[in-house]
Design a binder for this molecule. Structure first.
Ligand code: NDP
Ligand code: MG
Length: 389
């Protein structure tokens, strides 16, 4: 039996992971499931899967979690230390599906115990790519991409030599506003930004798709994970979300990965790698689809893409600052304190401020320094907003 843990088990990726694991219960021994405020779901899944441990990220949810687990034999715990302790419990395969930079520390801890880390949490590589890859190397742990584009690239690269790769193209649906006039974007509401044309995902990543901050994070994730030059990474708007990524080789060949927009493909690929197993995902009927469309993204509509290039060129802790500023700006948009386009404006203002404060982004990439950068970036977003109001 394989020992597995799922971080962010109550979320969209977490629930899809549980769906796959629950189809074959005799194959898995569930060590830990973690969640946040949704303790009802967490307890239900922990009972059903016979997990050893269930952890909520929030200490004030512990009472409810304990009550929901009464008599089940599942251990309950809460808080940041408990999350790290859960990640330190030996497991063969760990799903990293917490949303945001909160996923970084548990992911690093899982790598330290040598687990295979299935990485849905792209923020991990954006905030601390070099540290994460070095930790994996040092502990003989493996990282497998779960983000659909990166899983697609990983699959297209199987058996290939990175030296033969000329470019990597990741696709983007264009999000909720791809066909809106640019002038209207400033007035876009939370509700409008929260509906995705093709994928069914958590609310935060759905809004990040509308602004393309999600794609910006993914460009940086591509850069960190595959170690390719920033100029060799391209983004294509592809409204149908059937082609997830393409790898261009030096002989001119393009290897594309196609599949239905269902995260269980990428999750299942990471779960069974290096094998392929049957997965309950829709099979594409290309004749029925008839046509697929591609176009170059307009950087005026999606300033996040330009910011991602600046972050890669800057290096150091710029990724941590960028991601945290984006997370905080998204909080403020969700709280209806700033408009849709203000998110990119605030992030850019904060990156400029980091640049002006010489040396801040050039300290060593340690977990503590990443955390400090993260805190400062969030604080500066708030100050930028106050200045504007
Ligand atoms: P969701 O918002 O659906 O779920 C997030 C999970 O993290 C939930 O279990 C939530 O708990 C938990 N959580 C939230 N805040 C914290 C915190 N501060 N500390 C610990 N746990 C927390 O997100 P998604 O599943 O959509 O996304 C998860 C990650 O996967 C993100 O990094 C996203 O970018 C990435 N991803 C997602 C895709 C998708 O299709 N959804 C596709 C590709 C990547 P609770 O709900 O109980 O409060
Ligand atoms: Mg993706």
């Amino acid at each position: 039996m394989r020992k597995v843990s799922i971080f962010g088990a109550t979320g969209s990726i977490g629930q899809n992971t549980i769906d796959l694991i629950a189809r074959d219960p005799s194959a898995y021994n569930v060590v830990a499931l973690t969640g946040g405020a949704n303790v009802r779901q967490l307890a239900e899944d922990a009972r059903r899967l016979g997990a050893d441990l269930a952890v909520t990220a929030y200490e004030d949810c512990l009472g409810d979690l304990r009550a929901a687990l009464a008599g089940s034999g599942v251990e309950a715990a809460a808080g940041q230390t408990a999350l790290i302790e859960a990640a330190a419990r030996p497991a063969d395969w760990v799903m990293s599906a917490i949303v945001g930079s909160a996923g970084l520390a548990p992911g690093i801890e899982a790598l330290k115990q040598g687990a295979t880390l299935a990485l849905a949490n792209k923020e991990t590589l954006v905030c601390a790519g070099k540290l994460v890859l070095e930790t994996a190397r040092r502990h003989g742990a493996r990282l497998l991409p779960v983000d659909s584009e990166h899983s697609a690239v990983f699959q297209a690269l199987a058996g290939e030599d990175m030296a033969a790769v000329e470019r990597i193209i990741i696709t983007a649906s264009g999000g909720a506003f791809r066909d809106w006039p640019i002038e209207d974007l400033a007035r876009a509401t939370v509700e409008q930004a929260s509906s995705h044309p093709n994928w069914n995902m958590g609310q935060r990543i759905t809004i990040d798709s509308a602004s393309m901050f999600n794609k910006a994070l993914e460009v940086i994730e591509t850069y960190e994970f595959f170690g390719i030059e920033p100029d060799a990474i391209e983004v294509l708007v592809h409204p149908e979300s059937m082609v997830h990524a393409l790898v261009g080789f030096r002989d001119g060949a393009l290897m594309a990965h196609l599949g239905a927009p269902d995260m269980r493909h990428a999750i299942g690929y990471a779960l069974h790698w290096p094998d392929r197993r049957d997965l309950p995902v829709e099979r594409l009927d290309l004749a029925k689809l008839g046509q697929l469309h591609f176009r170059t993204p307009d950087e005026r509509r999606y300033p996040a893409l330009r910011l991602a290039r600046e972050v890669m060129a800057r290096g150091g802790l710029a990724g941590a600052a960028f991601n945290a500023a984006k997370e905080r700006a998204l909080d403020l948009f969700l709280e209806r304190k700033i408009g849709f386009l203000d998110m990119a404006h605030s992030v850019e203002a904060v990156l400029d401020r980091f640049e002006a404060a010489s040396g801040l982004l050039d300290v060593a990439m340690t977990l503590d320094n990443v955390r400090e950068t993260d805190h400062l970036a969030r604080k500066w977003v708030d100050e930028t907003v106050i200045k504007r109001a």
